[in-house]
Ligand binder design. Structure first.
Ligand code: G3P
Length: 478
């Protein structure tokens, strides 16, 4: 019995008055592992109002002081990497080494954000009026960036720490306060991370973390009139949030069906290595995972053989043993993945390995000769299953990529840089990687999706800018 982890607001760890908890099931053992508070709407009200109050004085805190606290939090986070990573292993079955990497990457992100923030927020603009027709130089316009207020951060289960700090750090450096609603799987890792910020000495009320059931507090939070910005990463829920949210800036990163186009002149070893890394790391549970390989027919046999050989080397098992493939996050997720696999089987896709599942653990599976009538050609499994579609022209590949309702990232493998650029221009995705698998990082790069993949752009600089508003003061000369 681990007890029930408390939630955090106004600088204090608290029990919910609901007397209820939410259970976190360990994906590997499929047994209850942790419990967190099931907060009530009344508690959400208190949290948001406290955040609103704390933000007012934080906005007046000098930028360098805000940065100093963030640097402190980053250092503490890195010191605490082992216990936080341990939670990631137990809550989301992230392989042990990747779990540590997530925490270290998060510390680096927080520090970078502090540095970037003091620079971009330390600059304003001066405009003069006589550049616009009919004006003399009688007006001087001073602009600076001011905070939005209370930022609501909702990260997903696959990076409960990293995708939380990628919202928290830009919000704080820009002078906002934070209400964090972590995913259920990953909530305890997120609470540990919040504790690091608490230890760094941020003012009371500035950072809060509420846990609970989406059905009870989800809409209540996202539609709360005192929330001034929502930064969300996750699935379809983001679409409904964006329809219900008020007139506030939204930053959304939703699903993806990242295509990997392999041309005839590609370095096939490089392509195969990236397909396996891109398709199967963290068992395919990344929005930037390679989710469909579109391969020119003439090189398809060779490429598939190379990928198969690498898939055979992937280790499958427990996250504690640092296996490459670990159990997917929930049983319902495993069932969904299995549904896609069965559909492909019924429609005669070529199975490069035998389909195998034990509990939430699904062995890596490459499906060749996938056709457009199969669900796996379009839907994201968020699991270790990768479809290969054979194409006869580059246009066919681009067409498949652009027919998707998603548009997060894509990648192209070719030795011809001119072709690569043309293909990148033609792909309707937020980013195209040339000769590498899709990925969000380095974390200061812009990160955005088109169509159902999102709203706005992330990455450290873009997030800081997004979490501010321009304020002008105009000096009028007589
Ligand atoms: O799935 C979340 C997305 O942000 C992926 O990040 O670093 O795995 O490319 P990354």
């Amino acid at each position: 019995e681990n007890g029930v982890y408390k939630f955090f607001y106004d600088g204090v760890w608290r029990k919910s008055s609901s007397g209820k908890s939410v259970t976190i099931i360990n994906p590997t053992t499929r047994k209850p592992h942790f419990r967190v508070q099931a907060c009530t709407q009344e508690e959400v009200n208190k949290v948001v109002e406290t955040a609103k109050l704390a933000q007012k004085s934080w906005a007046k805190t000098p930028l360098w002081k805000r940065a100093e606290l963030l640097h402190k939090a980053a250092a503490i986070l890195k010191e605490q990497k082992a216990p936080i990573a341990e939670c990631l292993v137990k809550e989301i079955a992230k392989p042990a080494k990747d779990a540590v990497t997530e925490v270290v990457r998060s510390g680096d992100l927080v520090s970078y954000c502090a540095e970037e923030g003091v620079r971009i927020l330390g600059e304003g603009k001066l405009l003069v009026s006589d550049s616009f027709p009919g004006n003399e130089r009688t007006k001087y316009c001073l602009t600076s960036k001011i905070p939005l207020g209370v930022v609501l951060a909702i990260p997903p289960f696959n990076y409960p720490v990293n995708l939380a700090v990628s919202k928290i750090a830009p919000a704080l450096i820009a002078g906002n306060s934070i209400v964090l609603k972590p995913p259920t799987q990953g909530a305890v890792a997120a609470l540990h991370m919040v504790h690091c910020f608490h230890l760094a000495g941020f003012p009371k009320g500035l950072i809060s973390c509420v846990t609970g059931k989406g059905s009870e507090i989800g809409d209540f939070l996202t539609m709360h009139p005192s929330i001034n910005c929502i930064s969300f990463t996750g699935g379809d829920t983001g679409i409904s949030i964006s329809k219900k949210a008020g007139m506030i800036p939204l930053q959304m990163e939703l699903g993806g069906k990242d295509a990997c186009i392999i041309l005839e002149d590609a370095d096939l070893d490089l392509a195969a290595a990236n397909i396996v890394k891109g398709g199967f790391s963290y068992s395919g549970q990344r929005c930037t995972a390679v989710k469909v390989a579109l391969v020119m027919e003439s090189v398809a046999d060779t490429l598939v053989e190379k990928v198969k050989a690498k898939v055979a080397k992937l280790t499958v098992g427990a996250p504690e043993d640092d296996c490459d493939i670990t159990p997917v996050v929930t049983e319902s997720s495993a069932n969904f993945i299995e549904g896609l696999v069965m559909d492909a089987k019924q429609k005669a896709a070529t199975f490069c390995q035998e389909y195998k599942r034990e509990g939430n653990l699904i062995w890596p599976l490459l499906l060749d000769n996938v056709l457009p009538d199969m669900r796996i050609a379009w839907e994201e499994p968020f699991g270790p299953v990768l479809p290969v579609i054979r194409i006869n022209s580059v246009e066919e590949g681009i067409h498949h990529c652009n027919a998707s309702n998603f548009g997060l990232q894509g990648c192209v493998f070719t030795r011809d840089i001119n072709k690569a650029i043309l293909i990148s221009d033609a792909m309707e995705t937020g980013t195209v990687q040339i000769n590498s698998a899709p990925s969000r990082g380095p974390d200061h790069f812009p990160f955005q999706g088109l169509k159902d993949s999102g709203i706005g752009s992330q990455g450290i600089t873009n997030s800081i800018n997004m979490m501010t508003k321009i304020k002008s003061t105009v000096i009028n000369l007589p």
